[in-house]
Ligand binder design. Sequence first.
Ligand code: ACO
Length: 325
Amino acid sequence: MGSRIVATGRALPRTSVTNHELERFMETSDEWIRSRTGIGCRYTLRSGEELAEIATEASRSALSRAGMTAADLDAIIVGTVSSEFAFPSFACQVQTRLGADSIPAYDVAAACSGFIYALSVADAHMRAGDFKKVLLVGADALSTFVDWSDRRTSVLFGDGAGAAVMVFEPGSRGVLASLLHSSGKHWDLLSLRATGVRATLDSEIRRDGTDAIKMKGPELFKIAVKSMEEVSRRVAERAGIKLEDVSLVVGHQANQRIISAVADRLGLPAEKVFMNIERYGNTSAGSVPIALDEALEQGRIHDNDLVMLNACGGGLTWGANLLRW
Ligand code: ACO
């Protein structure tokens, strides 16, 4: 028996912003951003748009591809740190929009590792016999939390949501192993105070350094590479498989150089590493399920392939899941 992803979906804000557009109001360049991060553009939430609506659209798409409705679900688990409300949870906001009722719906706050954490939590519940059908969502809107005058941080983030429907069923396919880690002592490498203020790129409100995302990029870079390499090796060991048998790594899209450095250390060739950061930037918890949805759409994943998901983010948090597709 195993818990298996049977369908995915994704949804983005309407507006995509290129590096050249950022050059108009910030001292930066397309060349700097592309060469340091691999990012060419990113979707950013605008006034009047709601992340919960975008997450619901991604969820509807996943449910429809799974041939299900919200009434079939036993739980909704969302990886996010971008809820409009301290409570109710973001998951409850998605639940009501989907028209589901009374099933448990809750958030997992693990920043960029949110989807990896949510998947691991769902898998554990399913193995315990609690749920048979779960909707997983990863959604964030970190562009609304940056100080747009801080070029070191603001150019990195984009907004969006991905969703996956997981089903517990007989057979050898599904989640083989998961591993989660946190290291609170590194909290100050990437943090955001919970002020509740949101500022879309087109709004009058501007965040300043005191209530925007703070990041120590170079330190984070080193820890991200090391921790994702280690957790990827260990999750493969735990699943009893060899790294070279992994067909595709769908990792958190934080920086092209981080993804490539992890792949090099693991000895994985470029064709086994999915990358779409060029069009999305770092969408935090949205990044892995958005990438997974695109990888499937592009025919990069086949039945019974070994697929690894990994991520590292604020907390610090990091983790990996190994799936037989
Ligand atoms: N445009 C132009 N110049 C810039 C920009 C920009 N957008 N940002 C920084 N610079 C300049 C700096 O001012 C600095 O110039 P100076 O030396 O004259 O002061 C120079 O470029 C180098 O700055 P660094 O911050 O040292 O640049 P680095 O090569 O480390 O790249 C980056 C920065 C891209 C943030 C990198 O450190 C990184 O990717 N770190 C990981 C952070 C990350 O991915 N965070 C996301 C969440 S965490 C996670 O998901 C793993």
